[in-house]
Structure formats: C-alpha cells, structure tokens
Design a protein around this ligand. Structure first.
Ligand code: FES
Length: 375
C-alpha cells in the first residue's frame, strides 16, 4: 500500500456551502458536550463530497476549526482512512483495487495492471481526460468474492481482466454498472449453488424456529413460489405446534398464552385486517423481496399472513397497514420504506431503484441496501 500524503497542490481555502454548514452544525449538536470531536469522520466525508470527491488540506483545517480540534488530529484521521482521498480523483470513477492476500491470490495484480494501462501508470494520478484515477487499498471486506474493486460507494466483485475492462468502459460511457458479483453468482453464495442446508425450509419467519424438518426435502430446482407457499401453509395451518417462540426468562414468561400466541393473532391486535389469500394466484407469488425493506424472512411472514402479490400491498388502507404493522418486528417500516409506492411500480411491471440493484433472483444486491431484517 502506498504512503498516504496530502497533495502538493492545494486550493487556497475551503468553506462548507450553507446547506452543508447547517447540516454540520446540527450534527455536532447530537454529541454530548466535550465529545463533539467524534463528528470528525462525517464532517470530513461531507467536505469530500462537496469537494468533487477529495479532501483538501484547507477542508481538513475547516473541519478542525468547526470541532475545535488541533489540525494534526484531523490530518491523522484523513490520512489513515482510505475512504478519504487526499488528491483529486477521476470525475467518472476512482477505482480502489483491493490488494490484500485473498484478492492478491485471486488476481488483483492483473487488475492493477489494467488500471496502469488504462488510467495512469501511478496511483493517485488522473487519467489524461481527468475522468479516472486509481489506487491500491487494503481489504474492503468482500474477500469471499475476490478479487474486487470499490468505485465510489459500490463494490464490484468476482472480477477478472475482461470484466474490469468492461466496467471501465461502462463508466466511461456515463453508465453505472450493477454492483456486486460480476459473474453468475448470487451475493456470496457458492458459485456452484448451495452445498449445505439444502433440505430445510428456505425461510423461517422472524423470531420463530422450527422443531422438525419437513418430511419431504425441499429440492433446489423446485419453483421458489411453490416452496414459499408450502412453507407458509405448513407454519400457519398444518403444524401450528411446530412453531415456538424463543425461550424467555422466568420473569418474562408471565402470561403463558402470550408465548404461544400465533403471528396472525398478534396482527389482529390493531387496525383492520386486509383481504388476504390462502395462496398465491395461479400458484405464482410475486417476489416481495423486490420491495426495499422486505427480506426473505419478512417475505415469508407476509406470505403466512396471506400476502403474495404487489397489488395486495398497493390496496392496503391506513387501517390495514396498522394491522400488518402490528405483526412485523420492525414497526413503522411499511411507511418508512414507502412499500406502497414501491409495490405500485412493481405491480405495473416497472422497476424501482432498489429492485434494479437488488435483483435477488438474478445477480447481485448492493450491500448498502440490504433489508434491515436480514442484517
Ligand atoms: S482481501 Fe480483498 S476484499 Fe478482503
């Protein structure tokens, strides 16, 4: 890894624009008196975003002044973390190539050669047109899909020379390629498909566990919708005794009936029950995970409650939302993530920003967009 030094050529000064300054002042107030310096990283990051993707030395000083910190303390932070760029970066892409052992063993040196050939011989140097720059960094936490690069906030994984060249072509054309694995791998699953856990239900609702495995193993090539419907039906109707709540301490288990209350009963505690289905229409459920905020576990919970299609969600009234909300483990999510607006687009056959990126059944999902329930 190269030594990180501030660029020799620096602008005269840096000042936050009025919007960012008021944001910074509000942020600083969130910290207890005497602890305001803890805001140094978000402030540096905001300065970098305002400053075309790099953190100038005057910007570091401005942050230090805002936080009443010695300049050297801010320099230490900015020069330590590779998220802060210390010299101007490419307008279209700054490529951070992971060179740590797993990526190195899987071909990061070849990726660096591509960067040298296409961008500039030396790291932290702008390409001739100013559109690209690159550097080598330490592990970026996607080793399982090595080798990989990070470009701005996204990671591109399972790369080789050809796919990195294709990525750079796409950025040069002003496109933003889909982040994640650049091969036919789903997230970080094995390239060859599942090798373990192939004979248990795919999804288990939040806070529930299953005592017995199903009699019939779930086959990998079974249609997903059928499997989910079967699991939901099994959990709700056929094997109610097989569902149990997590064990609680003696002080928490006062009303015995409460620990045995099924999810549907919990849902009936508030709001008005929407129209539900016994199973997906024509045996084919919509992929509710295309809604930002719905992960595999939450999708099964929704299925178990009788929701399989986007249009069902579109038609929920505020009372219906309260009813569904009361059964979810993250109350308020429906409105916070605006499920209904997302479901409306998806039911019309359109895509949302999240569904384009997540695309669970196909390729990759951005790590930053993972549903909360799946973290
Ligand atoms: S070693 Fe490259 S991401 Fe961890």
């Amino acid at each position: 890894m190269s030594v990180r030094r501030v660029a020799q050529q620096q602008p005269e000064s840096f000042e936050f624009n009025s919007e960012n300054l008021s944001w910074a002042e509000q942020l600083i107030k969130k910290y207890p008196p005497g602890k305001e310096r803890s805001a140094v990283i978000p402030l540096l990051w905001r300065a970098q975003e305002q400053n075309d993707g790099w953190t100038s030395e005057p910007a570091m000083r401005r942050v230090a002044d805002l936080l009443d910190m010695p300049y050297i303390r801010v320099y230490e932070v900015a020069t330590f973390y590779t998220m802060f760029q210390l010299s101007p970066v490419g307008k279209k892409a700054h490529v951070q190539v992971c060179g740590t052992t797993p990526c190195m063993l899987r071909g990061s040196k070849q990726l660096i050669e591509i960067c040298k050939k296409r961008i500039a011989k030396d790291p932290h140097t702008l390409s001739e047109d100013g559109d690209f720059s690159w550097e080598e960094v330490e592990c970026l936490g996607a080793c399982v899909n090595a080798p990989m690069v990070q470009i701005f906030k996204d990671t591109y994984e399972d790369l080789d020379e050809q796919s990195l060249e294709a990525l750079l072509d796409a950025f040069a054309n002003g496109e933003t390629p889909t982040p994640g694995p650049q091969i036919e791998r789903t997230l970080s699953c094995p390239e060859s498909g599942l090798t373990t856990l192939t004979n248990v239900p795919e999804y288990v609702p939040l806070n529930l566990s299953i005592e017995n495995e199903p009699k019939e193993p779930v086959k990998n090539d079974e249609p997903v919708a059928d499997t989910k419907a079967e699991n939901a039906a099994t959990l709700l109707k056929e094997k109610p005794a097989a569902i149990k709540q997590p064990e609680k301490s003696a002080t928490e288990t006062k009303p015995a009936e409460k620990t045995e209350k099924p999810e549907t009963a919990k849902a009936e505690e508030g709001g008005q029950k929407p129209e539900t289905l016994d199973g997906p229409r024509n045996g084919e459920a919509d992929d509710l995970k295309m809604i930002k905020g719905v992960g595999p576990k939450l999708e099964l919970t929704l299925n178990a409650l009788g929701f399989y299609h986007f249009d069902q969600i579109v038609n929920w009234t505020p009372e219906n939302i309260a009813w569904v909300d009361s059964s979810l483990s993250f109350k308020g999510r429906i409105e916070r993530e605006d499920w209904q607006a997302q479901a409306k687009l998806l039911s019309a056959g359109e895509e949302t920003e999240f569904s384009k990126r997540a695309n669970y059944g196909d390729k990759s999902a951005s790590k930053t967009d993972k549903p909360e329930g799946d973290k």
